[in-house]
Design a protein around this ligand. Sequence first.
Ligand code: CAA
Length: 274
Amino acid sequence: MEDKEKEKEKENKKGEENQNPILVETAGRVGLIRLNRPRQMNALNDALMDALGLALQAFDEDDGIGAIVVTGNDKAFAAGADIAAMRGWDYMDVFKSNYITRNWETLRSVRKPVIAAVAGYALGGGCELAMACDILIAADNAVFGLPELKLAVMPGAGGTQRLPRAISKAKAMDMCMTARNMGAAEAERSGLVSRVVAAERLMDEAMAVAQTIAGFSLPSMMAVKEAVNRAWESSLSEGILFERRQLHALFATADLKEGMNAFLERREPVFRHR
Ligand code: CAA
């Protein structure tokens, strides 16, 4: 390795030791997680994915939180898995350590709604992370892509599975095989993102959506999330049966009674999330 390159790597490492790979805050019943490796375009290394997993689990267990927002910065949501970290690994390293599954997949077990607020680059693992969230809100400068083939690697955090489900097989093949990027307008047209807003309004919009979600009854919200996810993972009749049983179960909650009584009494409901 060139001396200059070594020096740069050392400098980056030094900077990182003093820096949390994520920043966490709350606003009312919303938990906000910001990916925080700006110098590396939020490249997703183990330290970041471990911290993200722990933060997601903590919010999921916190009764005071009803929705979670994951975001990056103006330039990058995340430019993918950390290439500098990966380049030294061989097959045994990734197989034995269960790369991706061991920490990235914590997100799949989160039962509360998770919103990705994406500005700038969401490439490779960054695009996959955004797709693994429940709602995807994009700034008008957002750029999505699965460019892994440029590195002779392939999407490995669910990209080959979630992209065709989101935007059709032909378009997913196009994205994966040509490694091209997709802008926010095309992403919205294709159904990859829920909504597109002006970059300067991204966080206001994402937080407002999260506050709306967090204001509803949490058990009812969790039932909705589970039921919509069944639409991805089961047949129509299994999914409909699951939905019906979830509906029946909600009649056991105090919030359902409160919601219906409040409507008939012409007042705002007071949900206790039980
Ligand atoms: N991993 C590690 N470092 C990364 C990175 C990544 N995925 N993406 C960007 N960086 C680093 C760059 O190396 C650079 O670091 P230095 O300043 O130390 O050189 C810094 O972030 C800024 O990047 P650029 O100078 O390249 O910025 P740019 O504005 O010219 O380009 C970009 C931005 C288009 C996002 C470009 O950085 C890029 O193409 N990044 C790689 C995208 C990619 O290939 N992602 C897929 C990764 S593989 C994967 O994700 C596998 C999987 O499915 C799990």
